[in-house]
Design a protein around this ligand. Structure first.
Ligand SMILES: Cc1cc2nc3c(=O)[nH]c(=O)nc-3n(C[C@H](O)[C@H](O)[C@H](O)COP(=O)(O)OP(=O)(O)OC[C@H]3O[C@@H](n4cnc5c(N)ncnc54)[C@H](O)[C@@H]3O)c2cc1C
Length: 459
């Protein structure tokens, strides 16, 4: 049986291991003490909550299908239905129904919401009458949507959602990579709003916010379940340090464990790693892949999770949470009211209210240099302004995701093509992960599955 080493035990690597089950002898090397990467649960006030990703995209099938296949089908849960809400101008303001990634398909519905100025609403509505030359090359989200809808709509409606998903900024993120459905419409060269309305009338695209699912007990259970079910040998606390090509074919991985160095050989190696970590291992074998991978910027973020006593808090917020426009100058970029959003969490700890605030977009590293207690105080103070005085939390914890989210800059898709071409010249090597075709868990699962198919096809 073909032997495969998967380096990286996040959901991408585990999805690859699952795809290879029964068809290869698989070993997963994971540097941390447990698998899962950005899917991880932790406890606060004795309650298990997600510290990283809290939901799976259900608009595309890969993640929910895999969750069901590894025995979590009965644990998949819809979030409470609640509109996407923006904290701006001193209040929480729901985005009108019908938006697509913040793009208002019916700008008139924005009137009176306080989300845009009257001039901003008029400017967005004028999109339908603007000439629309077909988009021929990639540009930033801001360049395209700013020209179509006006900068105010980008700053106040679109960018908060991009901040939530990518911790990214609209003037840096690629339209083609970060908003592929919008880019596809732009390439047709027709006004956007009527095209989006037609697509919605035909049943798609729905807003991502109503098309996610979580896992009861925490979405962090998902990678653990895949690891158990995939039948692979899982070596945690094992960091791959170098990759060597064997003269007779195949590859050697040299790793470091708490017991000392470990050397393993295999027919194929899948690098299921953040781009910068894959770049290190590929440097001796493909300077081009190394250079392109190392050029992908990453945003660091921190998640501040807090538990409040329901009995002692004067006030608890409604809804699922909110997003914050970067132009408003607040520190938190989003808040998720976990106890409202996930019924399983409320039911498991009815006397406690758990929420989390996210801090840190690309370019905001100095914010994250501050100590945990500072981030907690800032989050409490801003939540107080946004939703009301909740009082002091029973417990708070800060989870830092250093370089946690790759940024799909302008030209990202072409960069990924170059990376895949360069890696394709190394027989028995495949790459997968959040750096390539989507940062969401479902996209990561898809890249893991594809990497497994690639190394099997090399046979
Ligand atoms: C705070 C946060 C919230 C998010 N929320 C959502 C969400 O709600 N929904 C959603 O769909 N997506 C969300 N995402 C994005 C999504 O979680 C990630 O993009 C995805 O989980 C990445 O999976 P991965 O396997 O590609 O990478 P990772 O999870 O980074 O896994 C890579 C693994 O490789 C290991 N590793 C690194 N170097 C080595 C080495 N040399 N040797 C061995 N092991 C190594 C790491 O320890 C890690 O476990 C969120 C991301 C963050 C940071």
């Amino acid at each position: 049986m073909r032997s495969v080493i998967v380096v990286g035990g996040g959901i991408s690597g585990l999805a690859a291991a699952w795809q290879l089950r029964g068809r290869a002898d698989v070993t997963v090397l994971e540097g941390q003490a447990r698998v899962g990467g950005k899917l991880r649960t932790g406890t606060i006030a004795g309650i298990t909550v997600d510290e990283g990703a809290e939901s799976l995209m259900a608009l595309r099938p890969e993640a929910v299908e895999l969750a069901a296949a590894v025995g979590l089908g009965n644990a998949l849960r819809d979030p409470a239905q609640s509109p996407t809400t923006i904290w701006t101008d001193g209040a929480l303001r729901p985005l009108p129904a019908g938006h697509v990634m913040g793009i208002p398909t019916d700008p008139a519905a924005l009137i009176g919401t306080g989300l845009l100025s009257p001039e901003g609403v008029r400017r967005a509505a004028s999109e339908e009458t603007l000439p629309a030359a077909p988009l021929t090359e990639d540009c930033s989200v801001s360049a395209y949507l700013g020209a179509r809808l006006g900068q105010e709509a980008v700053d106040r409606l679109v960018e908060p959602l991009l901040g939530g998903v990518y911790a990214g900024r609209a003037d840096r993120l690629s339209l083609r990579a970060a908003m592929p459905r919008i880019a596809a419409l732009a390439e047709q060269g027709a006004p956007l709003l009527p095209a989006l309305r037609r697509m919605r009338a035909a049943g798609a695209p729905r807003s991502a916010a109503v098309a996610v699912q979580g896992v009861a007990g925490g979405t962090g259970r998902f990678p653990q379940a895949v690891a158990r079910a995939c039948g692979a040998r899982i070596l945690t606390g094992t960091t791959a340090r170098s990759l060597h090509r064997l003269p007779g074919g195949g590859w050697r991985v040299q790793a470091m464990t708490s017991d000392g160095p470990l050397t393993m050989d295999a027919d194929a190696v899948i690098l299921a790693l953040p781009a910068f970590a894959a770049a290190e291992l590929l440097r001796p074998h493909s300077p081009l892949a190394e250079e392109e991978l190392a050029a992908i910027p990453h945003a660091s973020t921190a998640v501040v999770t807090m538990a409040f006593s329901r009995a002692r808090s004067h006030f608890l917020p409604q809804g699922n949470g909110f997003l914050v426009p970067a132009v408003d100058g607040h520190t938190i970029k989003a808040a998720s009211f976990l106890s409202n959003k996930w019924a399983w969490l409320h039911d498991s700890a009815p006397s406690v209210f758990v929420l989390r605030a996210s801090i840190g977009r690309i370019g905001e590293d100095e914010l994250l240099d501050r100590p945990d207690r500072h981030l907690v105080r800032t989050a409490i103070a801003e939540l107080h302004h946004a939703v009301g005085p909740m009082g002091e939390p029973l417990a708070a914890r800060v989870t830092r995701w250093d370089r946690g989210l790759p940024q799909y800059g302008v030209g990202h898709r072409e960069r990924v093509t170059r990376i895949r071409e360069a890696v394709g010249k190394l027989p028995g090597i495949a790459v997968c992960g959040a750096a390539y075709e989507g940062v969401g868990v479902a996209a990561c699962v898809a890249t893991g599955r594809n990497a497994a198919k690639e190394v099997l096809a090399d046979d």
